[in-house]
Design a protein around this ligand. Sequence first.
Ligand code: NAP
Length: 470
Amino acid sequence: MTDSPDSPDSPARPLRVAVIGAGPAGLFAADALVKDSSFDVSVDVFERWPTPFGLVREGVAPDHQSIKGVTRVFDRVLQHPRVRFFGNVAFGEDIKRSELTAIYDQVVYAVGAQTDRRMGIAGEELRGSWPATEFVRWYNGQPECADLSFDLTVERAVVVGNGNVAVDVARILLTDPEVLARTDIADHALEALRHSRVREVVMLGRRGPAQAKFTNVELKELGKLDGVDVVVAPEELELDFASASAVEDTRVARNLEILHDYAARETTDAPRRLSFRFLVSPVEVLAAHGGVAAVRLEKNRLGRSADGYLIAEGTGEFESVEAGLVFRSVGYRGVVLPDVPFDDSRGIIPNREGRVLTSPDGEPAPGEYAAGWIKRGPSGVIGTNKACAAETVAIMLEDAGQLPVDPVGAADPDSILAVLSEQCPDYVTADDWRRLDELELARGNTEGRPRVKVVRVEEMLNLMRKRGEG
Ligand code: NAP
């Protein structure tokens, strides 16, 4: 299409890009695209919720406001004259892949990882056994999870996993609700946590303390919670030979230092308690009266996989921990998008440096790209997505001059508006979002909180539509 008068490398029209997902990866990609001076790029960002920011809104813990400061960057991206935001538009339902490829030169999938990994053990689906991801979305006011009801009348909860999400879940369960009341935690979650009778959280690592994935700051924060005793058995901190060499890593060494400090602490009969357990794997969630009653654990030792990776191996020694709630915090997982290739074994869109492949061993699908967790899997912090998106954008711009198709709808910037008005008239724009944003901030201001979130889509839309009414 390089000779077409309307092609993106001619001045007649810009390169048209659709970004699917207004989370960190999508907005960092949009930012990198419009900042590049070698191409005139116009970016439309599509998001299934009326609100942007993805994991920053629905994943980052409410007591971690400083991490949310990145929304200032994202706000600027959404206000950029060459970026448009179309919220409340679900890819595959309101707009199909083929409809986008008929309008845009390039499409970037930046939809994150929308579900949780499974442990694959009996009892995992019992009442009271939850994916941590749903608890996180619930306390962060994501509309889909706003009506979930966690039985917080139980005394002990087990959190499976040693990542930062497990730490977030444990911390939110154990933090004094009056501390959370000064955050942007969803009102329904605050109310439920105010009545919580959970007194102990037991966090389970299937490997040892040197293999735990949580980071230093997050681990240290757990030791500073008011009214919480932190309990670690010193013998569970003893390292085998292979783990001892991991201590050369400063993050691991610091984690071990913090854990040794916890192990040396006297318990104080504090009202709440956090217990760390290492080298134990849940093998079954046990039931009573149809709900969770306990978790059966197998003690592990470390072994090596064929490729040298340190893995948990069962010892054949078992024990049970009584608990009324189980949160499976064993990682997020990407979900398949309609008509888009998917690598089921890794839970990602197959890609090479961000170029979507037709299958894991297949050819590039021209004009289609991936960024963020759906590209590389659920790892890293919010900022990791900046470099990830930049890598994808560099590849996109490399391809931009030699795309094989000139989409019929690309000449007219309003092509997409016609499709949306027809198929998804409730779509919202950046101005609509700004109106809701200001309202949430104002409500927060009156309550001495950073913001008060609206958690119902209908209410969001009603408030956004009040434009011009006062
Ligand atoms: P993660 O860091 O990958 O941790 C997953 C944990 O689950 C690991 O400890 C893993 O153990 C364990 N696990 C996996 N399968 C298991 C099984 N079948 N049985 C028992 N344990 C199992 O994932 P995450 O906690 O969901 O976090 C995702 C990403 O978001 C991470 O990069 C994290 O750092 C980031 N994040 C950051 C923050 C923050 O900066 N404050 C907050 C939240 C999340 P193995 O190591 O043995 O596989």
